[in-house]
Design a protein around this ligand. Sequence first.
Ligand code: NAD
Ligand code: UDP
Length: 329
Amino acid sequence: MSKTILITGAAGFLGSHLCDRFIVEGFRILGMDNFITGDKDNIQHLFDHPNFHFIEHDVTVHIDIKEPIDYILHFASPASPIDYLKIPIQTLKVGSLGTHNLLGLAKAKNARILIASTSEVYGDPLVHPQSENYFGNVNSIGPRGVYDEAKRFQEAITMAYHRFHGLETRIARIFNTYGPRMRLNDGRVIPAFMGQALRGENLSVFGKGTQTRSFCYVDDLIEGIYRLLFSDYSNPVNLGNPDEITIIEFADEILKLTNSNQKIIFKSLPEDDPLKRQPDITLAKKLLNWTPQISRAEGMKLTFNYFQNLSKEKLTKIDHKDFSKHIKQ
Ligand code: NAD
Ligand code: UDP
């Protein structure tokens, strides 16, 4: 009998790649999503698969599943700063109420649950690189607070279920991950720059571009999540690629990769935009025998190839997703 895994955020960027991986591994998948930032096209190819079942549902509303569940991957949440600034209350609810519902479901089903946390729990870090024992520097009332604090609450309630109920829990602190199936217009820096290059626009660097990020290709991240789920470690684990770069250098790389004659233009730095970010992955290396395999050059080529082959409609649609039809608050 195949094991059953519930994947929330299944129609999103990471969720859809997780569905693909667990299908290949022979799992029965219950994919759950309300499409608020996701896209049906990301999982269209799975709809006819006998081991894939889709449930359209908002995880902040009570989740009723009759059948047994062995594992849960909770990946539902807006993840792009632009998305969570536009839907701040949904972002807070999915990290808090949604996580509570999923922990309750895991407890009822005696399932192991892995939650998608983030490097944002470190906020604008005063320690560099960031290791798991750093408590972070988050502005709870700033615009990014809705995401950061929801994720910090998510970690706290997950540890409470682990300690109080003995639930099997895993926490992945994911650092900037990229690859095919990101929304071209979600505002994150990689789709933003690649979309601008493809449309023949100048690349928008925020601030002076001296802030750093460290980008991890999606296949590496999925491998890390897979290993973490089957590990026996309950405390948070950083997953990301330590290869750090400034945003201005990165913009130059994208201009070269895309053979673009466009220029770099500077726009104001969003409030609380972290100045530095680089994962310390010593723990993941030791615990999971995991280290990223795909270089930025290789990963960016694969990603650009994906964006180049998008339909014209998706390429030219630069306005942001219409969230209004999903919001009942
Ligand atoms: P995404 O926006 O592509 O996917 C999120 C998915 O969750 C979407 O399909 C969306 O429709 C769904 N969703 C949101 N709220 C929901 C709700 N209330 N009920 C049901 N479905 C809902 O984002 P992503 O990059 O795939 O991120 C997935 C997860 O990984 C998120 O929890 C995010 O915080 C985390 N994460 C991602 C990164 C990254 O670099 N991609 C980094 C750190 C953490
Ligand atoms: N950024 C940028 N131009 C853009 C989009 C983002 O310079 O069009 C910068 C942003 O200010 C941040 C970095 O790129 O410093 C990464 O932004 P992203 O939204 O991808 O994710 P974050 O790591 O901030 O959550």
